[in-house]
Design a protein around this ligand. Structure first.
Ligand code: UDP
Ligand code: MN
Length: 243
């Protein structure tokens, strides 16, 4: 049959959380043979997230992996979602034998076509991500002959793989051949660090998806909350049954 697609989604507690997860769940309901790994940045799973997952009817795993305290306390950029993606890798190593996985943040926007594109990933595939950095696009650059020639991204920063988290997918079998691969707690270098940890693997070996990277099928959208100055009351955002 069709090999499974594992969608690995870090998520954390904030007023937008259930809205983001609802949108994403309803996108994934349009995808065949998908298993959603939702991994909370928390010590204990939240009951309302569990309910949302259950009621979605999607095959899923509800896991937790909290950002280590030393990073959470840090001022400035934090390694967001790293503990959870590594937890996802651990789950895949223990439970998956075939198929493809994709690191899909909860606030991005996904055309269902991207999931069909990445299904056929043999090792590592890449594709454009819209609304990414000041340039508005992060993508592999492809010659008119259809061959990979480099990367286009608003922040290169010495990275070997200057790509966005939403811009690549990896086969589970390939992950099994790279038992040490993991994501570093290095803000800005999470993607590069993970892709480097798949060595030996070179940029020129990337499988180009989305019609040779001519189509944008995923966007790095970021939700902005209305109002904002109220004290944070999760119940109010998720439930009208106010006390
Ligand atoms: N995230 C998290 N803990 C945090 C901040 C973010 O688990 O403290 C998750 C978030 O839900 C998302 C991913 O990590 O799935 C990336 O975070 P965000 O979307 O805020 O990053 P950006 O859009 O700035 O890349
Ligand atoms: Mn985001």
């Amino acid at each position: 049959g069709l090999p499974p697609l594992y969608v690995v989604t870090p998520t954390y507690r904030r007023p937008e959380q259930l809205a983001e997860l609802t949108r994403m769940a309803q996108t994934l309901l349009l995808v065949r043979h998908v298993r959603w790994l939702v991994i909370e940045d928390a010590r204990e799973p939240a009951a309302d997230v569990a309910r949302l997952l259950r009621q979605s009817g999607l095959p899923h795993e509800h896991l937790t992996a909290a950002m280590p305290e030393q990073y959470r306390k840090r001022r400035g950029a934090k390694p967001k979602g790293v503990a959870q993606r590594n937890r996802g890798l651990q789950w895949l190593r223990a439970n998956a034998s075939e198929g493809v996985f994709y690191f899909a943040d909860d606030d991005n926007t996904y055309d269902v076509a991207i999931f069909e594109e990445i299904r056929t990933t043999r090792r590592v595939s890449m594709f454009p991500v819209g609304l990414c950095t000041k340039l508005g696009l992060s993508t592999p650059v492809v010659s008119s002959r259809g061959t990979f020639v480099g990367f286009y991204d608003g922040w290169v920063g010495g990275r070997k793989f200057p790509v966005d988290m939403a811009g690549f997918a990896v086969s589970v079998k390939f992950l099994h051949e790279r038992p040490k691969a993991q994501m570093p707690f290095a803000p800005g270098f999470e993607e590069d660090g993970f892709l480097r940890s798949l060595a030996p693997f070179e940029p020129k070996e990337v499988e180009l998806k989305a019609d040779n990277c001519t189509k944008v099928l995923v966007w790095h959208t970021q939700t902005k909350i209305n109002g904002a100055s109220q004290p944070l009351d999760m119940k109010k955002f998720n439930d009208t049954n106010l006390p």
